[in-house]
Design a binder for this molecule. Structure first.
Ligand code: LMR
Length: 397
């Protein structure tokens, strides 16, 4: 049975991570995978997480199954984080969350859920988007169409073209949107643009699927949830896939949630039973640890404050690095203007350099960036920024 198997290409982001690990160059820089790093290049466990883990070690008294929906305390707190505690969808009992193994697990559940709700649904994804979105939606046999999003040359949103493409969306289709810190471009919708998208989806009776993996990394927790809250205010049905990998630094604990907003409580209850059926058929039940940590943090004023401070530190550092990157590159008198990096949010920006230049950065300097020219800004530091800027200036010559 296995004799006919051929090796398959690894996911481009994860294979880059592996190649970086194996590289022995003393000045190597990893600007590939979306993982936050501190000034020392380390991805540390947040202090709030450490404290919550200490508490959990003392209080956990069973390892029995957690249940299909996962940690109910976590689910309620994630909903409050996404919508704000007083939001109408919570007060009207229109929202349900299934804790999932990371944002990726949540997206896999959402894809299957959509297919079961409407086998004819097309999912519309932004061009470009996170490469793994395609694999996740294909796994559920959803038909996928792209809408224009980012203009590589102009370094701006293709908003008019996006809206034009979305005019073709049919009732019951799903439109993927990134809540904030767009992966891979760092280019987000403005408030006015979110409003226009909401109106169009309402008119078309289409459902947004909002992927939120970087809440709190852009402008702040409240600000970054703007689009989620606006769509939940104005539409009957919304799906949100959230991740605690980056904002809680819980990457390997695989902590996320698939949240569904329905028109009323009866629809929500039916959506819940479908969600749980889907979960049972994929991984049965989610892991407990990461969700318990988030539940403990968000259930304690002291730990929530500690987490907010640590999140702000990560956010501010990234925004500072964006500024530094722009000024260091411009010091090298390169012909291109990289000022756009400062206008974008979250970990990523597209440098807009070509494949050959990307390969030279890797081969000559051991600087790893994704083939689309996406860089993880959090991968640079005050120590390596000059090395990076010199290398970039060299390959741009
Ligand atoms: C990324 O885009 O680098 C992250 O979301 C990590 C991943 O799993 O690809």
């Amino acid at each position: 049975m296995f004799s006919e198997l051929k090796p398959l290409p690894l996911d481009p982001i994860l294979s880059l991570m592996q190649a970086y690990k194996e590289d022995t160059h003393p000045n190597k820089i990893d600007l590939g995978v979306g993982v936050y790093k501190d000034e020392a290049g380390h991805t540390k466990v947040l202090d709030a997480v450490k404290k919550a883990e200490e508490h959990r070690l003392k209080t956990e008294d069973t390892k029995t199954y957690i249940g299909l929906a996962g940690d109910l305390g976590f689910n309620a707190k994630i909903e409050a984080l996404l919508f704000g505690a007083q939001h109408q969808v919570i007060e009207q009992d229109r929202v349900v969350t299934a804790q999932a193994p990371g944002g990726t697990g949540a997206l896999r559940v959402a894809a299957e859920f959509i297919k079961r709700c409407n086998p004819e649904a097309t999912i519309w994804v932004c061009d470009p988007t996170w490469a793994n979105h395609y694999a996740l939606f294909e796994a559920a046999h959803l038909s996928i169409r792209e809408y224009p999003y980012y203009d590589q040359a102009a370094k701006s949103l293709r908003f008019e073209e996006m809206m034009q493409a979305l005019m073709q969306v049919k009732s019951g289709d799903v439109v993927l949107l990134h809540a904030c810190c767009h992966n891979p471009t760092g280019m987000d919708l403005t408030k006015e643009q979110w409003q226009k998208v909401a109106e169009l989806l309402k008119e078309k009776q289409a459902v947004p699927l909002i992927d939120t993996a970087y809440l709190g990394f852009g402008e702040g927790l409240e600000e970054d949830a703007y689009g989620i809250r606006l769509l939940a205010d104005q539409l009957d049905e919304v799906i949100i896939c959230s991740s605690c990998s980056k904002n809680f630094g819980l990457y390997r604990e695989r902590t996320g949630g698939c949240t569904v907003v329905a028109k009323n409580t009866a629809h929500k209850d039916n959506a819940r039973s479908l969600l749980l059926t889907v979960v049972r058929g994929i991984y049965s039940m989610p892991p407990a640890h990461g969700a318990a940590i988030v539940d403990i943090i968000l259930g304690s004023d002291e730990l929530t404050k500690m987490w907010h401070d640590e999140l702000a530190e990560m956010r501010n550092r990234i925004n500072g690095l964006r500024e530094l990157m722009v000024s260091k590159i411009s010091d090298r008198n390169v012909a291109q203007d990289f000022g756009f990096i400062q206008q974008q949010y979250g970990m990523f920006s597209f440098l807009g350099i070509n494949k050959e230049q990307i390969a030279r950065l890797r081969d000559d300097y051991s600087i790893y960036i994704v083939g689309s020219s996406r860089v993880n800004v959090a991968g640079v530091s005050r120590q390596n920024i000059d090395y990076f800027a010199d290398a970039l200036a060299d390959v741009l010559k």
